[in-house]
Design a protein around this ligand. Sequence first.
Ligand code: PRP
Ligand code: URA
Length: 207
Amino acid sequence: MTLHVSKHPVVADSLRVLRDATTEPEEFRTHARNVITMLLYEATVDLPVRHSSVQTPLAEADAIELSSEVVAIPVLRAGLGLLAPVLELLPRVSVGYIGLERDEQTAVARIYYNKLPRLQGKVPLLLDPMLATGGSAAQALDLIKEAGGQDTRMVCIVAAPEGVKVLQDRHPEVDVYTAALDSHLNDKAYIVPGLGDFGDRLFGTGT
Ligand code: PRP
Ligand code: URA
């Protein structure tokens, strides 16, 4: 697995707002969107293309078209917060869904929903904001492979070294784009310093 940690100052500035414990859900959603939009540019820079031409009002011009369909795959529930910028940037994208939930005691993720289209010949783009133990991402990537996916990219907002190691062992071919590689997991498998529970902060469901 190749980890790409963004060095962009706009990403870093929005990440600061996401990390801030006083940020309310409305502002959290805005900055999550900013970070994902920026990471998407990095994750799509080498999408396959074909050369073509287009007729402008004045003349024919050389053109480039995306040659492979991208399939965005948000991991429910927090990954849904990353989907809107993908739909805006890539209008011809299709969408598959994977539902995974970590057990609060064991931090082991359980699959509760799997609705993927056939992925042969397409570019899967896995969307999950937190790579903590790596259990959720590793299971999602297993399902993507079973559906025929290759050349998968994953976009997340914060990664922990523990999750990176799991993906390096289980899915060495995947490229992961993130805003930050943090220090470690705490005893509840939360990323430190991290930003807390992403889904709760995004959807306003924290206590
Ligand atoms: C979060 C997050 C990831 C997962 C990462 O989801 O969105 O899917 O934890 O943790 P892991 O790397 O240790 O598997 P959570 O299970 O909290 O569910 P939610 O999206 O419904 O809030
Ligand atoms: N899921 C989250 O939302 N945050 C973490 O730090 C770890 C898993």
